[in-house]
Design a protein around this ligand. Structure first.
Ligand SMILES: C[S@@+](CC[C@H](N)C(=O)[O-])C[C@H]1O[C@@H](n2cnc3c(N)ncnc32)[C@H](O)[C@@H]1O
Length: 246
């Protein structure tokens, strides 16, 4: 698995847990990235090297598409990399996944939320576009989130050690709670945590990607009548429910 725009490896860790060997690429040094790392500009990568991986994941910077940038009217200050990255991934001929925030111009993405994964305590919606026909678990009601705001009716009623917390911007909880809420224990800075995808998301998608690769090897491509990916995802979901209730 090639993990493009890897930062400190939230996405990469999930793919590793799903069973992939992971190599990350980022334009900045990433001393806390836990796997093999290449420092480079993604847009300058050798395409045949990118195509040498079984699957390619990309998390291009999201600032330009974020609500905050739209509200501040400075969305144009940030690069808009989704289209060139999609072109790069499609040109490889390998299966791929692009991740970004709500508001980003992704095509038919699945949306994942922390409420879908037992143990997570963040509502961090992330969109995933792919050529593999990925599926998402059902999306339940959002719980109340721990708050310091005395005007909120649930102020003082939740404990930040156990409730859902906010891990964006300054966040509203301790670093220890932010790490616990995201299911991440190796990152050292708030910036890394703010940027990260909870590994549970990409572990879930990584298992679907493995099922897709296996189906492709057997010549039974999902969506061609075989529907093996959907079967595997349903099987995965059933198994994760069993694991969660165990
Ligand atoms: C949203 S973060 C990725 C988060 C990561 N997927 C995770 O789950 O932890 C985006 C990353 O893209 C990197 N980046 C921005 N422009 C880049 C470029 N042209 N080439 C490579 N990396 C780039 C940034 O340094 C940043 O670490």
């Amino acid at each position: 698995m090639l993990d493009l725009f890897c930062c400190a490896g939230g996405a990469g860790m999930g793919y590793h847990r799903a069973g992939f060997d992971v190599v990350g690429v980022d334009i900045d040094a990433q001393p806390n990235y836990p796997f093999d790392f290449v420092r480079a500009d993604v847009l300058g990568l050798d395409r045949s090297w990118v195509a040498s991986f079984d699957v390619v994941h990309a998390s291009p910077p999201c600032q330009s598409y974020s609500d905050l940038a739209k509200r501040n009217g400075n969305a144009d200050d940030w690069p808009r990399l989704i289209e060139p990255v999609r072109d790069l991934l499609q040109a490889t001929g390998r299966p791929w996944i692009i991740e970004n925030v709500e508001g980003a111009p992704l095509i038919d993405p699945v949306v994942l939320c922390g409420t879908m994964f037992p143990g997570l305590r963040v509502i961090r919606h992330r969109l995933f576009e792919s050529d593999m026909g990925l599926v998402a678990p059902p999306h339940g009601k959002h719980p109340l989130v721990f708050t310091h705001d005395k005007r909120k009716s649930h102020h003082g009623k939740l404990d930040q050690d156990t409730a859902f917390v906010q891990v964006t911007g300054g966040g509203n909880c301790t670093m220890a709670n932010a790490r616990d809420a995201l299911g991440i224990d190796w990152m050292r800075t708030k910036v890394e945590l703010n940027e990260s995808i909870p590994p549970a998301y990409t572990e879930f998608l990584g298992r679907q990607a493995l099922a897709h690769l296996e189906a492709s090897r057997r010549g039974r491509v999902p969506g061609d009548g075989g529907e093996s990916l959907r079967d595997s995802a349903a099987d995965l979901e059933a198994r994760s429910c069993v694991a969660a209730s165990a």
